[in-house]
Design a protein around this ligand. Structure first.
Ligand SMILES: *[C@@H]1O[C@H](CO)[C@@H](O)[C@H](O)[C@H]1NC(C)=O
Ligand SMILES: *[C@@H]1O[C@H](CO)[C@@H](O)[C@H](O)[C@H]1NC(C)=O
Ligand SMILES: *[C@@H]1O[C@H](CO)[C@@H](O)[C@H](O)[C@H]1NC(C)=O
Ligand SMILES: *[C@@H]1O[C@H](CO)[C@@H](O)[C@H](O)[C@H]1NC(C)=O
Ligand SMILES: *[C@@H]1O[C@H](CO)[C@@H](O)[C@H](O)[C@H]1NC(C)=O
Length: 764
């Protein structure tokens, strides 16, 4: 009872209000740049009528991406996924579909063949499995003479591939043997981890409503001083047994088996003798409830001891979006499995079973250990030689007492407001030769975050929108040789480069991004992808990753101001969009900071002057400050358009209208002259109808406007102004883009002139 009290820990979640904005550990890391769907320019693949592009195999040897979708498998060019090299259909038979819908499944969605497993078997064969209308089936496939071909010698896929296309699963092919973790039955209620080549070896009742996530092969046996075996790790989440809690709590786990495991002789016949599992902890600031693992990426620099698992986690309440990335050293996981005490079930109260630390004796050889030199000394050469005592122990107590802790015992990245779904990690070599791990994280909102952690400092460089925000990222693959990412969703696949330095426009932008792939090349005057040439001639390239020091950037001379004319009492909008979401925008007029007032509004992308009067005239500058570096983005010379030398405020609406009418007349005269000139020049055929003249007149208004733009003069067309009667709701906009750069002018029907400093990436 004391024990019960001691371990009684009621789990609870802090209210969201206390979660956000905690001192020093802000969880809402803002992406420095957002790249919208319209401008990312990535390559996109989808086949008409085909959905669910969620299984991939990279074949760098064949320069192909093998892509599994619903009832179809594609071979795409790794350099350009829009190039389809081959395709094979694998539909369900009518009979299978009928059987499936009779059992109560939805015929149009569930009773289809979702390709779920694609593994390289050997150089010729690819092993594929599909759900096949709740009747999982596998086949060999080959790519010969530019064609994908299924062998059509289908075999049972039970335990390899899920029945239910909505259920998570994991698998790995190791030396031609398939390891899989999925459900073994139609109902999805019989979870199993198994090796299914030759003699099937599987788990006993060691899972508790699991959600399988990923498997990883670690070839430890190659260089093990203890003569230890290769291992297959499994990441998943399941219902916890180690807490007292009023409600169901899930936890993340890592489990492992030994590759050479052949099961026991009497006890654990055809079952793993080496299955061990431990809790995987990823602490989120101020949250007590365990986070659940969603995906894992294995990054090994050298031999297996350098391997690190990067995992994405989300909070287990559907309503809240708290996400984190934690990393785990393989050595730390191994230490828990080799040294931790075990947990054992005890019955508390009358029926409640709780798992607590086993403090009794542990048999030798250690339960769950692979066959190593120590076992061999005891004349145990395979798992079939293991004593019953060891096997009985591990059959009943596969759970470790100790949990696996994340590197540094804290996450590499935390974020609120978005759910992470997938992760891959690439290693970037910086200008000074140091290595940095760059995380690419898929989200539920159809985007990929590009993030780094510099000695504890979390940075999201970009959020790149790849799909509509309703389409979660379902698979992420990285090709290190191509430096490309392949991102799959239910609706299609996108390919993107791991670095797009061209998205950083200025030296400050490039350096402050702190992207290890990019540096500002002073010679080229552009943000370049760091290569070996740059590393030898460091003086011409600027990069500052840990400090974000842009002081070596050349000072930009104040740009020539853009002249803007406005009409009294109208609204003037001056655009200014900083390159970075982390920058603060500062507006000044005639050198003095502008404070918001009744008539002046400072918006995130612009300055708005309502009912502008003569006092609004002046020299406006917009600059942004990021990490103490101030950059002037644009300057405007704002002047009121007036007939007289000494403009007087016009209060009388009638008088104003008269002025405007006069201007219309003048403009019309100019237009008429232009029309006549055109006629004279033979640009317009005779006789011309009324409509044509009007058309022409309109075009000439545009032309005269662009002509004045060329001199950087923006004049509001009074015609436009008259028509609208200051109706701001009417927003038929005519927009003229300047040929030179990202500046664009917009004149809308309300007579509102706007000059927009358009950032390609941030314009929706
Ligand atoms: C397949 O894609 C369709 C279309 O996006 C979606 O409605 C369906 O839920 C997907 N099926 C599975 C099993 O994910
Ligand atoms: C696939 O090929 C392997 C060997 O390459 C063979 O053992 C296996 O039986 C084949 N499976 C099917 C379904 O044809
Ligand atoms: C992601 O989508 C959810 C709901 O669709 C929305 O509430 C949230 O703001 C989005 N997050 C981001 C960062 O766009
Ligand atoms: C490195 O990039 C520069 C351009 O920034 C290019 O001129 C040079 O050829 C590249 N060097 C290598 C080895 O790719
Ligand atoms: C290279 O730069 C990184 C990050 O700015 C820094 O941590 C590291 O010490 C530097 N390495 C060398 C060899 O200068």
């Amino acid at each position: 009872m004391m024990l019960l009290l001691a371990v009684l820990c009621v789990l609870y979640v802090w209210s969201p209000a206390t979660l956000i904005g905690g001192q020093g550990s802000s969880t809402n890391i803002i992406p420095r740049k957002k790249v919208p769907l319209s401008s990312n320019g990535g390559r996109f693949f989808r086949e008409e009528g085909v959905w669910n592009y969620t299984t991939m195999l990279l074949r760098e040897d064949l320069n192909m991406l093998i892509l599994g979708a619903r009832e179809a498998i594609f071979a795409l060019d790794l350099d350009d996924i829009t190039v389809r090299k081959a395709m094979v259909n694998w539909p369900v038979s009518e009979e299978k579909q009928k059987g499936c819908s009779i059992k109560g499944k939805d015929a149009t969605n569930d009773c289809k063949n979702y390709i779920r497993i694609i593994h390289k078997r050997d150089d010729e064969k690819i092993y594929v499995c599909g759900t096949n209308a709740f009747s999982p089936t596998c086949d060999n496939m080959s790519y010969v003479n530019g064609e994908l071909k299924l062998d059509n010698k289908q075999e049972d896929g039970k335990g390899k591939c899920p029945f239910d296309p909505f259920q998570r699963y994991a698998s790995e092919m190791v030396d031609g043997e398939l390891y899989s973790a999925t459900s073994l039955n139609f109902l999805g209620s019989d979870p199993v981890m198994m090796r299914s080549t030759g003699e099937i070896i599987r788990t006993d009742y060691w899972f508790n409503e699991p959600n399988f996530v990923r498997m990883a092969y670690i070839p430890e046996g190659k260089s093990s001083p203890e003569g230890d075996d290769d291992k297959i790790y499994l990441f998943f989440s399941e219902t916890a047994v180690e807490y007292d809690s009023l409600f169901k709590v899930d936890v993340s786990r890592v489990a492992r088996v030994c590759k050479g495991d052949m099961g026991g002789l009497r006890t654990l016949q055809k079952k793993w003798t080496s299955f061990l599992k431990a809790r995987l902890d990823c602490p989120f600031p101020n949250i007590k409830l365990p986070l659940l693992v969603q995906d894992v990426f294995q990054l090994c620099q050298d031999d297996w001891t350098t391997c690190v698992f990067y995992a994405v986690f989300t909070l287990q309440l559907d309503s809240s979006e708290y996400s984190a990335v934690c990393a785990y050293k393989i050595e730390d996981i191994k230490t828990v499995f080799s040294n931790s005490k075990f947990k054992t079930p005890v019955t508390v109260a009358t029926s409640f079973v709780k798992w607590v630390m086993h403090s009794g004796e542990v048999p030798d050889p250690r339960p769950g250990a692979c066959i190593d030199n120590h076992a061999r000394e005891k004349n145990i050469h395979t798992s079939l030689d293991l004593p019953d005592k060891t096997l009985q122990f591990i059959r009943d107590k596969p759970l470790m007492d100790q949990a696996v802790k994340a590197i540094g015992e804290r996450p590499l990245l935390v974020k609120t407001g978005i759910a992470f779904t997938r992760i891959v990690v690439a290693t970037a070599t910086a200008l000074n030769g140091s290595s940095h791990q760059v995380m690419f994280i898929g989200t539920k909102n159809g985007s990929v975050l590009k993030a780094v952690n510099y000695e504890g400092e979390m940075i999201i460089m970009e959020e790149i929108q790849l799909f509509e925000s309703s389409q979660p990222v379902k698979i992420l693959r990285l090709s290190n040789s191509k430096k490309q990412l392949y991102v799959g969703s239910e609706v299609g696949v996108r390919q993107l480069s791991i670095s797009e330095c061209g998205r950083y426009h200025t030296c400050q932008d490039c350096v402050l991004a702190r992207d290890p792939y990019c540096g500002w090349d002073l010679n080229a005057g552009s943000c370049s992808t760091i290569n070996s040439t740059h590393r030898t001639r460091t003086s011409t390239v600027i990069q500052s990753l840990s400090d974000g020091d842009a002081s070596r950037c050349p000072q930009l001379g104040g740009s020539k101001p853009v002249n803007i004319w406005f009409i009294h009492d109208n609204t003037v909008k001056l655009w200014c969009q900083p390159y970075s979401n982390l920058a603060q925008v500062h507006w000044k007029v005639n050198g003095k900071p502008i404070r918001p007032s009744d008539t002046i509004q400072i918006l995130s992308d612009s300055l708005m002057i309502l009912n502008a009067s003569a006092e609004a005239s002046g020299y406006y500058t917009c600059s942004s400050v990021e990490r103490k570096y101030e950059v002037q983005h644009i300057a405007y010379d704002l002047q009121m358009l007036s007939g007289s030398e000494n403009p007087e405020p016009i209060h009388d609406l009638k008088e104003k209208k008269n002025t405007l009418v006069a201007m219309v007349v003048i403009l019309s005269l100019i237009l008429a002259m232009l029309v006549i000139w055109n006629l004279y020049k033979g640009h317009l055929p005779l006789p011309c109808c009324h409509g044509r003249v009007k058309d022409m007149a309109n075009r000439n208004v545009d032309e005269s406007l662009s002509a004045s733009q060329a001199q950087q003069h923006k004049v509001a067309s009074p015609t436009v102004n008259l028509n609208s009667n200051h109706n701001y709701a009417n927003n038929q906009r005519s927009s003229i883009s300047r040929e030179t750069d990202r500046l664009s002018t917009t004149v809308d029907s309300s007579g509102q002139i706007s000059l927009k400093y358009r950032d390609d990436e941030s314009e929706i």
